[in-house]
Design a protein around this ligand. Structure first.
Ligand SMILES: NC(=O)c1ccc[n+]([C@@H]2O[C@H](COP(=O)([O-])OP(=O)(O)OC[C@H]3O[C@@H](n4cnc5c(N)ncnc54)[C@H](O)[C@@H]3O)[C@@H](O)[C@H]2O)c1
Ligand SMILES: O=P(O)(O)OC[C@@H](O)[C@@H](O)[C@H](O)[C@H](O)CO
Length: 381
């Protein structure tokens, strides 16, 4: 069994590759980072260390890599894969679509077995987005055949994996917790189950609970942490004021989630508290620049701040803390982050109100828009 995984980065090596290798797959990573590719090809294994007191370490074996820039190699790998997964970043999905499309074309021509393609990105409908990019590149006849032989089940993935700073470029330190949930209703009827994946009939509550709790809380920690001058999430979590704001934001998203999905309030409270403990993990060093990265994506209408805030507004649930998170995102001034640089440039040249409407799609006359401007003024005062 061979899995082709796009993205040999932090979550690719530290989570997806590990689970697939444990389940008996040969894992072929496709990446554009030459060092990662050549080291994976040479050593065919790497180590994953848990961020616990005993630093438990596991060797992940039966792995190799191909150069993601080599279109022929990528298409060939997809053609001969039993499973395709990705963890490249949702905005990169369009760049890997051509290789996947070419591989699918060849599979369809030779009548290959059904294939699952699972995007393991932080987004609602990540695999569906990838499917759209891929199918746009197929001719009508191939599309019709792929429609019944290539499945793109959506997924939710949860494991905190910071930027790595080790001498060994393949070694990766991860938090002990993990959760990988896949939408069974979008899979081939006779699909094989992989140990380590939770298959569910309806992914919506899982992905929204994850994105609007773990990722909402995380980005509020990163943006407020940045504003307060902290370099890491762990430092920010020692500031009671920052923690109160995260807690407030998660109470707001929590009220939405409880209402939307009928979650048990007490259970959800425990879920929030477990997540705050994960952020505090003293064995991790997770930079606010990583967790806050790509603020335009994080401020986009379907992402972790705006979507739950708009839902909260509809339900009459307060949104002060989510608005504070959005305002703090607008203060995230990291020159090396192209989205942060763009946001700052637009705020400087056209003003916060214009920037906010452009990137969040919140109309200027919406109460949430006003609330974000107010919170921004409070931060500045
Ligand atoms: N790190 C985490 O804690 C975490 C947890 C859950 C989900 N995620 C999600 O997983 C995805 C990856 O995040 P990450 O933290 O591992 O990022 P990362 O930057 O460590 O890894 C991304 C990898 O993709 C590679 N890549 C870029 N363009 C490519 C291309 N065209 N073809 C093949 N590979 C390409 C990069 O070289 C890099 O190695 C994101 O969507 C992120 O939201 C991350
Ligand atoms: O990967 P992003 O940029 O969508 O979000 C940054 C972090 O919040 C994220 O990577 C978390 O560490 C992860 O989602 C935990 O499961």
């Amino acid at each position: 069994m061979r899995a082709v995984h796009f993205g040999a980065g932090n979550i690719g090596r530290g989570f997806i590759g590990l689970i697939l290798s444990r389940a008996g797959y040969e894992v072929v990573f496709s990446d554009v980072n030459d060092t990662l590719v050549s080291e994976l090809r040479r050593r065919k294994q790497y180590t994953v260390e848990l961020a616990n007191d005993t630093k438990d370490t596991e060797t992940v074996t039966n792995v190799t890599a191909i150069d993601g820039k080599d279109a022929a190699a990528v298409a060939d790998a997809v053609d001969h894969a039993d499973l395709v997964t990705t963890a490249v970043g949702v905005s990169i999905l369009k760049h890997i679509a051509a290789g996947i499309a070419e591989g699918i074309k060849r599979r369809v021509e030779r009548g290959a077995r059904p294939l699952h393609v699972i995007a393991c990105e932080n987004a609602i409908g990540g695999s569906a987005q990838l499917k759209e990019h891929v199918f746009a590149l197929l001719d009508e006849a191939t599309r019709a055949k792929a429609e019944v032989s290539v499945y793109f089940p959506n997924a939710a993935v949860d494991r905190i994996v910071p930027i790595q700073h080790h001498e060994d470029p393949l070694h990766v330190q991860v938090e002990p917790f993990y959760e990988w949930v896949v939408d069974r209703s979008q899979m081939a009827p006779d699909h094989k189950e992989i140990e380590g994946i939770l298959y569910v009939q309806d992914l919506e509550p899982y992905i929204e609970r994850k994105l609007f709790t773990v990722n909402t809380g995380h980005c509020v920690a990163a943006y407020l942490g940045y504003v307060a001058g902290y370099a890491t999430i762990q430092e920010a979590m020692k500031d009671g004021k920052v923690v109160d704001s995260i807690q407030g934001a998660l109470e707001e998203t929590g009220a939405v989630l409880v209402k939307r999905f009928g979650l048990d309030q007490g259970e959800h409270k425990k879920y929030i508290s477990k997540i705050l403990d994960r952020f505090r993990n003293p064995n991790l060093t997770d930079e606010v620049t990583r967790v806050g990265r790509s603020p335009l994506r994080k401020l986009s209408p379907n992402d972790r701040l705006v979507r739950p805030a708009l839902q909260a507004q509809e339900y009459g649930i307060p949104t002060d803390h989510l608005a504070l998170g959005m305002a703090a995102a607008c203060k995230f001034d990291i020159a090396e982050d192209p989205e942060a640089a763009e946001l700052q440039q637009v705020i400087r040249s056209e003003g916060l109100g214009v920037a906010l409407t452009r990137y969040t799609s919140i109309p200027a006359d919406h109460p949430l828009h006003r609330q974000v401007l107010e919170q921004y003024d409070i931060i500045n005062s």
